[in-house]
Design a protein around this ligand. Structure first.
Ligand code: SF4
Length: 320
């Protein structure tokens, strides 16, 4: 059997670039929300998003304030900075104990992490970069929540740090974006992804396979458009239904059928075998093993999914 070709995973990308393993440390700062939840663009959020519009538990934990880029005062900034430090230190300690981790990227993961007053963003990003052994940031956001001011500032940081912007794309079909209440358009996504790339930032695009009404041809078309935008990395997710979301109602009424594991694997494999060798892969699937998952059940076991995708890729001559 001929030798397998290595997929450029983000782990391999970082090892090639920095000569060692880099660990992402996810943080979730209270007060951050999303214009698709707070009513600026829409209410309720994306149909698959678990947020406090639907969840009584989350409503109880709802912070007393929500950040908004238009309101510059932020009386909770000190608390947020302390929370950032606490979360980072706790995860760093765990990664050091378990894996001997040495270098880290702070990943602003939950909600929309550029949707806040600019001074708040600067304070949080710079605090994260000040922690020992942090080599960079990864910032999860939407393309309707970046500005030239924010991108230019990130370009400045990227002169001596590893800075990534992670955009949720999900689909490049406007009819799908409407169905999932995404509150953003394909043309706006294209515009800001191109702009981020022109400015020289590292961009990761998140894609979801199995969105309502999408067949494999559509999923692969979104993948092709993402690649054509010259992104640096891609994350692939299957769409699964969790409780307390807009999608729950659609699913319970029989109006949404989740993607099968076979179709998901086939679509991910077809994507990866056609991925240009300079684009890395940060994630090939996602899952959740708790009682919030309604369907599909195959999304419960992420390790088994990864194993199955690995095997399918091996058959195509690729090593993930
Ligand atoms: S953009 Fe993200 S945070 Fe906002 S509603 Fe959609 S999934 Fe939720």
């Amino acid at each position: 059997m001929s030798e397998l070709k290595n997929v450029l995973t983000i782990g391999r990308y970082f090892r090639n670039k920095f000569g060692e393993k880099i660990y992402k440390v996810p943080v979730s700062i209270s007060g951050f929300t999303c214009p698709n939840i707070d009513g600026t663009v829409a209410k309720g959020g994306c149909s698959f998003c678990e947020n406090d519009s639907f969840s009584p538990n989350l409503q109880e934990r709802k912070p007393k304030f929500k950040l908004n880029p238009k309101i510059s005062e932020n009386p909770f900034l000190d608390k947020q900075l302390a929370q950032l430090q606490m979360q980072f230190e706790a995860t760093k300690q765990r990664l050091q104990n378990k894996f001997g981790a040495k270098k880290f990227i702070v990943y602003f993961q939950s909600f929309t992490n550029t949707y806040a007053p600019f001074p708040t963003l600067k304070a949080l990003y710079e605090k994260a970069l000040s922690f020992d052994n942090v080599i960079g940031l990864s910032i999860g956001t939407r393309t309707d929540c970046v500005t030239d001011e924010i991108l230019d500032y990130l370009v400045g940081l990227s002169r001596d740090k590893e800075i990534w912007v992670e955009y949720g794309i999900q689909s490049f079909y406007d009819e799908t974006l409407e169905k999932i209440n995404r509150g953003d358009t394909a043309s706006n996504m294209e515009y800001w992804i191109k702009r981020s790339k022109e400015k020289g930032l590292n961009v990761c695009g998140h894609l979801i396979y199995g969105l309502p009404g999408e067949n494999q041809e559509m999923m692969l078309e979104t993948f092709k458009k993402t690649v054509a935008l010259n992104v640096d990395s891609i994350k692939f997710h299957p769409l699964y239904v969790v409780k307390n979301t807009l999608l729950t109602n659609e699913y319970r009424k029989g109006r949404f059928e989740p993607i099968s594991e076979e179709l998901y694997i086939d679509t991910v494999v077809k994507s990866i075998v056609n991925l240009p060798s300079n684009i890395s892969v940060q994630r090939i699937t996602a899952g959740i093993d708790d009682n919030t998952l309604l369907s599909p059940q195959w999304c419960r076991n992420k390790h088994q999914q990864i194993k199955n995708i690995r095997l399918a890729l091996e058959k195509e001559g690729f090593n993930y």
